[in-house]
Ligand binder design. Structure first.
Ligand code: NAP
Length: 303
């Protein structure tokens, strides 16, 4: 039986594992995709302490992974299908079999929230994208739109200026939600034009994105915008469908924890973006991971 199984190899999962092995716990990290999580899709991280000038997301996660592996952490490519509670332990049913463990740390993060407009699903991968770092290159010299006004939308709009001739940043209000430093960078970039008080109501195109139908949120006036790509950054949805009925979630599906990262189920902990938290950043996921591993150790040893 394992001491701790960590589901998800993002910043929170890696840090949980680093603290768990250093506490002498027998642990494994399960990751269904590539180790690194959503940070892999972030080109440049400028607010993680210790890296003045910033660091590429994939490089930072490579360092986290090396750190964990050097300490003896096992990272398995596997997907969890079910978490079963039993007396004093949990059994995880996974793609590769079953794992029994004393504790579980949920570090499954979030995914992009779809906009929910006509054409979005049909043209997904054909001009509709949720990842500028993955797809931006395909839009060299072209005009694209970015939807949203948060950190992700503004940061990725800026990233797209490397390839695209023009980026329309479409935001539903007259003020961006993103932090001031990102806002200034967008306003200073001549390739970015912000379309204020505007929403996308439909995405059109035969085989790929050709244009958007827009609506002014103040006046209701409709409009059209010709673009060959649309990058959607309108928030996050938690990867928590597995935990429904198992632990307490908030109304949006984020996992509720206390300050020690304990969920409503003894022995089950949650860290990073998937939990209810006022700030979703690499630095907060890392802090959560450290706290969860130490709490898991106390739970196991009865300390
Ligand atoms: P977010 O902060 O929730 O922002 C979502 C944006 O989408 C908001 O501007 C929102 O408008 C808009 N929006 C939501 N639903 C919409 C709809 N149906 N139609 C049009 N617009 C809609 O999400 P995020 O930018 O993905 O960031 C998520 C978390 O990750 C945040 O905690 C953020 O700080 C963090 N993050 C940080 C960095 C960084 O530090 N560099 C980078 C990326 C993400 P309103 O403003 O009107 O609500």
């Amino acid at each position: 039986m394992k001491d701790v199984v960590i589901i998800g190899a993002g910043p929170g999962g890696f840090t949980s594992a680093i603290y768990a092995v250093r506490s002498g716990l027998d642990c494994v990290v399960l990751e269904r995709r590539a180790p690194g999580g959503q940070v892999l899709d972030t080109d440049w991280i400028e607010n993680y302490p210790g890296f003045p000038g910033g660091i590429n997301g994939a490089e930072l996660m490579g360092r986290f992974e090396k750190h964990a592996r050097d300490l003896g952490v096992t990272i398995e490519n596997d997907e969890v299908y079910e978490i079963k509670r039993q007396e004093g332990s949990f059994v995880l049913r996974t793609r590769k079999g079953e794992i029994e463990t004393k504790t579980v740390i949920l570090a499954t993060g979030t995914g992009p929230r779809p906009l929910g407009v006509d054409g979005e699903e049909r043209l997904r991968g054909k001009g509709v994208s949720y990842c500028a770092v993955c797809d931006g290159f395909f839009f060299r010299g072209q005009e694209v739109a970015v939807v949203g006004g948060g950190d992700a939308a503004v940061e990725e709009a800026h990233f797209l200026t490397r390839f695209c001739s023009k980026i329309y940043l479409i935001h539903r209000r007259d003020q961006l939600r993103a932090v001031g430093s990102l806002q200034r960078r967008a306003f200073d970039n001549p390739k970015i034009e912000v379309l204020w008080d505007t929403v996308v109501t439909e995405i059109h195109g035969e085989n790929s994105v050709e244009k958007l139908t827009l609506k002014n949120t103040r006046t209701g006036t409709p409009g059209k915008l010709k673009v060959s790509g649309v990058f959607i950054y309108v928030g996050l949805v938690p990867n928590s469908y597995l935990y429904k009925g198992l632990v307490d979630l908030d109304e949006r599906g984020f996992v509720k924890t206390n300050v020690e990262m304990a969920t409503s189920v003894p022995g089950l902990f949650a860290v990073g973006d998937v939990r209810v938290t006022p700030l979703r950043q690499v630095v907060t996921a890392v802090a959560d991971g450290a706290v969860a591993a130490i709490t898991a150790e106390k739970y196991i040893t009865g300390g």
